[in-house]
Write a protein that binds this ligand. Structure first.
Ligand SMILES: [Zn+2]
Length: 130
């Protein structure tokens, strides 16, 4: 079974499910990723479950354009989360099984490497841009 393709509204709903306030979660507390970060070595991702994806299988050549109307850059912690744009259109949506904190995961492909990146979903940064 493939992961469901999520809409911007789904993303907001999932990001709002977080519980536990500011307490450090035993499963995902090791992740500090307001912007895209490499998944820390040794981090046990087993506590995160994939709840969906933003990769639309109908789109064969997803855009590599990014959405930065305020002049932010890819790696900025305040860059908008725009599901129709790169790299969000290549991301899967994960959720901590323990506290329901939600994350995006994207595999960055460089010339000679690939790197798993993760970013927490801050609902305030999610934008419906087309
Ligand atoms: Zn957690």
């Amino acid at each position: 079974m493939s992961a469901p393709v999520l809409s911007t509204a789904d993303l907001l709903r999932i990001a709002a499910e977080r519980s536990g306030g500011e307490q450090r979660c035993p499963s995902c507390g090791g992740l500090h990723c307001p912007g895209w970060e490499a998944i820390p070595g040794g981090f046990d991702a087993g506590g995160l479950k994939q709840v969906g994806t933003l990769r639309d299988p109908e789109v064969h050549e997803p855009t590599v354009e990014e959405y930065h109307p305020a002049g932010t850059r890819t790696w900025d912690a305040d860059a908008p989360i725009a599901p129709a744009f790169h790299p969000y259109n290549q991301s899967d949506v994960l959720q901590c099984a323990h506290c329901h904190r939600a994350f995006l995961r994207w595999t960055e492909y460089g010339g000679y490497y690939q790197e798993a990146r993760i970013r927490e979903i801050n609902p305030e940064l999610v934008v419906q841009a087309l």
